[in-house]
Design a protein around this ligand. Structure first.
Ligand code: AMP
Ligand code: ZN
Length: 450
């Protein structure tokens, strides 16, 4: 399995540092609002990565953080006049529901920043003891970038360390504003009730320190992979490397991967630009999680992807074609022509996650299966779907069943078990009234949208 490493800017064979397990850290959401589908481009890319790792027989240990304290969450909570934890809980819950909708495999762990303040204070203390970080007049602590010679190695910028001396208090800034960055921010009026005691007084962590502290806690001081959207590369990931390596003296991460942005009319989709759609927006328009997933993964992760509704409509047609073919497919030893498509598929995903090419192999399989009027290719579809996660195999899966319909179905299954046919019929009518048709077979109930 080859992947492109942003650190070395080369394609490299991915092999675990230790045993058969890849330890992966993925920067998670800042839970101050509903995630938009640009964010989900990053999370579906990471989902594809973890699936391809497992497809290759390796194990995965993925940690994704939840940023529940930073400039944006504090601003949001204080503006709404609620406790920070109450404010962020809404968006944490929404995030996990959205991941399910997109069939994103859960990470092994979702540590929240606010649960790791002591670990962050420890790491900052270490940097202060080593003379790499210093306390400023206002009680904040800054990382002195001139004290870390490797600074800039990820962003591939040779900063003139003699000239920087400026400080940047904001969590997010660009390359023009490189300077010492905040590890710990002294309490300010605008923080309201948010703050923790530290050796430098009351305050809160800067954004970057949480990822160094939590990744090393759960994955070790040196681990295999770290990913995020390309906007995370600088300064966030550059700073993570500086914080970790300056503290431990060891290499932090072997392989860095970054996905390109989801754009709208050529511009990055973002909260601040206002050009975003949340997953909820699209579901409300009648698109399904599966269709949205299809669009997000069906572009190479290092290539920009322009969002368009026509792509969602095309996804619906393509998925219908796959569904119709899978319905005809049968179990059994796959014929050689199908194995060839699986080989091509495997080569594509192992070539730096080339999902568009992998889909091309899948559609070759569809075309040839149709030409044969069917075939024992179900196993091949299943194997491909370990990576893609968009194929429905059972008829009941054909449409995503809303929760309220599922509840009625469960009640109906109970009624039938109790041989309460009148209740079963009543529930069938209730399901029909909501626009779904239920059929009974030996395997149980199946529903389809009418
Ligand atoms: P944030 O919540 O802003 O920290 O972003 C969470 C993740 O989404 C990060 O990995 C970002 O790099 C990524 N991200 C944000 N906007 C986009 C976008 N338009 N396209 C792809 N990834 C994005
Ligand atoms: Zn991070």
């Amino acid at each position: 399995m080859q992947v492109f490493n942003s650190l070395t800017r080369r394609s490299e064979e991915l092999t675990p540092i230790e045993g058969n397990e890849i330890r992966l850290y993925t920067c998670g959401p800042t839970v101050y609002n509903f995630a938009h589908i640009g964010n989900f481009r990053a999370y579906t890319f990471e989902d594809i990565l973890r699936r391809v790792i497992q497809f290759n027989g390796m194990k995965i240990r993925q940690v994704m953080n939840l940023t529940d304290v930073d400039d944006k969450t504090i601003r949001g909570a204080n503006a709404a006049g609620v406790k920070l934890t109450d404010y962020t809980k809404t968006y944490k819950d929404a995030f996990f529901a959205d991941l399910k909708r997109l069939n994103i495999q859960p990470a092994e762990m979702y540590p929240a920043a606010t649960d790791h303040i002591p670990e962050m204070i420890d790491l900052v203390s270490k940097l202060v003891e080593k003379g790499i970080a210093y306390k400023s007049d206002d009680g904040s602590v800054y990382f002195n970038v001139r004290k870390f010679p490797g600074y800039g190695k990820l962003a591939h910028i040779d900063f003139d360390h003699q000239q920087t001396g400026a400080r940047c208090a904001a969590d997010e800034y660009d390359k023009e504003n490189v300077g010492d960055f905040a590890l710990w921010k002294a309490w300010e009026e605008s923080d309201g009730p948010v703050g923790w005691d530290s050796p430098w007084g009351r305050g809160r962590p800067g954004w970057h320190i949480e990822c160094s502290a939590m990744s090393m806690k759960y994955l070790g001081e040196t681990f295999d992979m770290h990913t995020g959207g390309i906007d995370n590369l600088f300064p966030h990931h550059e700073n993570e490397i500086a914080q970790a390596e300056a503290a431990t003296g060891k290499p932090f991460v072997k392989t860095w991967m970054h996905c390109a942005h989801l754009r709208v009319n050529g511009e990055k989709m973002s909260k601040s630009a206002g050009n975003f759609f949340t997953l909820r927006d699209l579901l409300e328009k009648g698109y399904t999680g599966r269709e949205i997933r299809y669009v997000l993964i069906n572009a190479h992760y290092r290539q920009g992807l322009n969002f368009a509704f026509s792509a969602l409509d095309d996804a619906r047609k393509s998925l219908a074609r796959i569904d119709a073919c899978v319905e005809k497919a049968t179990e059994g030893e796959a014929p050689d022509w199908a194995k060839k498509h699986l080989d091509d598929f495997t080569a594509a995903v192992n070539d730096d996650l080339n999902i568009p090419k992998a889909f091309a192999s899948l559609f070759e399989l569809v075309r040839e299966t149709n030409a044969h009027g069917g075939g024992s290719v179900l196993g091949v579809f299943r194997r491909m779907d370990e990576v893609l996660g968009v194929i429905f195999f059972g008829k009941a899966e054909k449409a995503e069943i809303p929760a309220e319909i599922q509840t009625l179905l469960d009640q109906r299954a109970e009624a039938r078990k109790a041989k309460n046919w009148a209740e079963s019929d009543r529930l069938r009518d209730a399901i029909a009234a909501a626009g779904w048709q239920v059929k009974d077979s030996r395997e149980g109930q199946t529903v389809s949208k009418v």
